[in-house]
Design a protein around this ligand. Structure first.
Ligand SMILES: Cc1cc2nc3c(=O)[nH]c(=O)nc-3n(C[C@H](O)[C@H](O)[C@H](O)COP(=O)(O)OP(=O)(O)OC[C@H]3O[C@@H](n4cnc5c(N)ncnc54)[C@H](O)[C@@H]3O)c2cc1C
Length: 467
């Protein structure tokens, strides 16, 4: 049986990136991918990453002449529900639109050039355990039958199915839960072309938080991608698109050129990425951005830490145990995990007001204010004066009966839950021995938080037979 330092399960963005990073340092890497090369990542064509994020993640930036690159553009605003109040969002570096399948095949070639081996049409089946019940390798299925490899580490980069993580024993600290339709955003992309050629589609680009919808470039100068995401099902997303978003926001007349669909995780990150001989990465570890569900670069924040820690251990001949790899967890939680996961409950509060209330709030600088939405690169810092102004504007809205007290209560609940999660993540344990207690408390806190599926409209759920 063949032996490798690392077995990577899944050859999409995360798997190819990790394989290249490790192989370029001289480690032996095998990547198995269940699809044949021509079928990898075909659900949707265009994906975006900002140039700044690509640089931070050591991702190659194709030049304007490359067929991998579709286009580039600068940040776009956040819109109020009826499209009357854009709040500026200025990005200093462009966002780059790439053809996803082609870019992934390019990433795979780079990993191969650095020595990684790839087997396509190879589906992970299960781990191989040694006599001490520790991971020693994996079994996978190919057209030629079942094959086995020995490895020091199995890196699960298989996306939403989490093919390896879900096969971990129930006792594993990495958590073997499966993602359900309540933990996913079902995304529908409408590639549209506007009939009026004098209309500049870029003027309508931006994000419409209340519908989880957006308008973004598609590569067609007269067109756009009108996208929408929703928990539970594509039908729920389509319903909101047809009956709410495009009814309330008046886009000029268009024809739909094509429709693409895909799913992305909308779930807190796994509590521990590592176990003995194992790491979960990318969508398999739920590392997508809480604001939009994008995950190609956000997952590489954890990826970069993992590369550093694992390479160091392998170079020093140390085993890849959960204790030795624990700093991947602690460093990630500090760098990004706490911010991402504490934002989730807050967002559930922020999307609670109805469309009329939210329109008023955009117009009158309540939560949806320039200070918060104005600068996507710099983040935001609110001083006491800013907070006082938001609270005062909210009170005026309640007195004028433009905002319901119950909506304010939901926002406050979101703020409280966010603060509780943040405070608990600040106490992330320094070693695996203290982890079970931390996890029990984390489970308790999350069980009280609102979820994206929990914010879905009960009437629509009934109408669409989603119960
Ligand atoms: C419509 C849509 C648009 C999006 N747009 C963006 C965007 O613009 N920017 C952005 O950053 N993110 C975007 N995302 C999110 C992004 O697609 C994911 O976060 C990202 O693809 C995750 O990469 P991954 O490598 O972790 O997993 P995946 O891309 O899901 O890849 C997993 C791979 O593992 C393989 N696999 C699965 N099971 C097995 C098995 N048993 N054995 C072997 N291989 C297996 C799969 O075939 C697949 O190739 C979008 C998502 C959707 C749905």
């Amino acid at each position: 049986m063949k032996e490798y330092d690392i077995l990577v399960v899944g050859a999409s963005t995360t798997g190819c990136w990790f394989a290249r990073q490790m192989a370029s340092q001289g480690f032996s890497v095998l990547v198995i991918e269940k699809e044949e090369p021509e079928n990898v990542s075909r659900a949707y064509d265009i994906f975006h990453m900002t140039q700044g994020e690509m640089e931070q993640c050591d991702l190659d930036i194709p030049d304007d002449t490359s067929p991998l690159k579709a286009f580039s553009f600068f940040g776009s605003p956040m819109w109020s529900p009826y499209g009357n109040h854009p709040k500026g969002s200025i990005s200093s570096t462009p966002t780059i639109g790439l053809h996803k399948h082609d870019y992934i095949m390019f990433m795979a070639d780079k990993a191969k050039e650095n020595g990684a081996e790839f087997i396509y049409g190879a589906s992970f089946i299960d781990f191989i355990f040694d006599k001490n019940r520790q991971i020693a390798g994996a079994k996978f299925e190919t057209a030629d039958g079942e094959q086995c490899v020995y490895t020091k580490l199995v890196a699960d980069c298989s996306g939403i199915p989490s093919a390896a993580r879900t096969k971990l024993p129930a006792s594993s600290i990495a958590g073997n839960f499966k993602l359900t339709n309540k933990d996913l955003l079902y995304v529908v992309l409408y590639y549209v072309e506007y009939k009026d050629k004098s209309f500049n589609p870029r003027e309508a680009d931006g994000f419409f938080l209340q519908y989880k919808s957006w308008s973004a470039p598609s590569g067609n100068p007269n067109g756009a991608i009108l996208g929408i995401g929703a928990a539970l099902s594509y039908s729920y997303a389509e319903y909101i698109f047809e009956n709410h978003f495009t009814k309330n926001v008046h886009f000029p007349e268009y024809t739909v050129e094509k429709i693409e669909k895909g799913v992305t995780p909308y779930h807190r990150s796994v509590y521990s990425f590592v176990d003995n001989g194992f790491i979960a990465m990318g969508d398999a570890a739920c590392l997508t951005k809480p604001t939009c569900g994008e995950g190609c670069t956000s997952s590489l924040v954890q990826g970069k830490i993992a590369v550093e820690v694992i390479a160091d251990l392998l170079k020093n001949g140390k085993p890849l145990t959960k204790e030795n790899m624990w700093s991947i967890n602690t460093r990630y939680m500090k760098e990004q995990g706490k911010d991402f996961d504490s934002l989730r409950p807050l967002l559930m509060g922020v999307i609670a007001p109805d469309y009329d209330e939210a329109e008023y709030m955009f117009a009158n600088e309540v939560i949806f204010c320039q200070k918060i939405l104005g600068n996507v690169d710099g983040g935001f810092e609110l001083n006491a004066k800013d907070i006082a102004a938001i609270v005062k504007n909210a009170c005026v809205g309640v007195i004028k009966k433009k905002i319901k007290p119950s909506s304010i209560a939901k926002i406050v609940r979101g703020l409280k839950e966010s603060a509780m999660i943040g405070a608990h993540y600040d106490k992330y344990p320094e070693n695996p021995a203290d982890f079970p207690m931390w996890r029990a408390k984390a489970d308790e806190l999350w069980s009280k938080c609102r979820t994206v599926a929990g914010t879905c409209d009960k009437e629509i759920i009934k109408k669409l037979n989603l119960e």
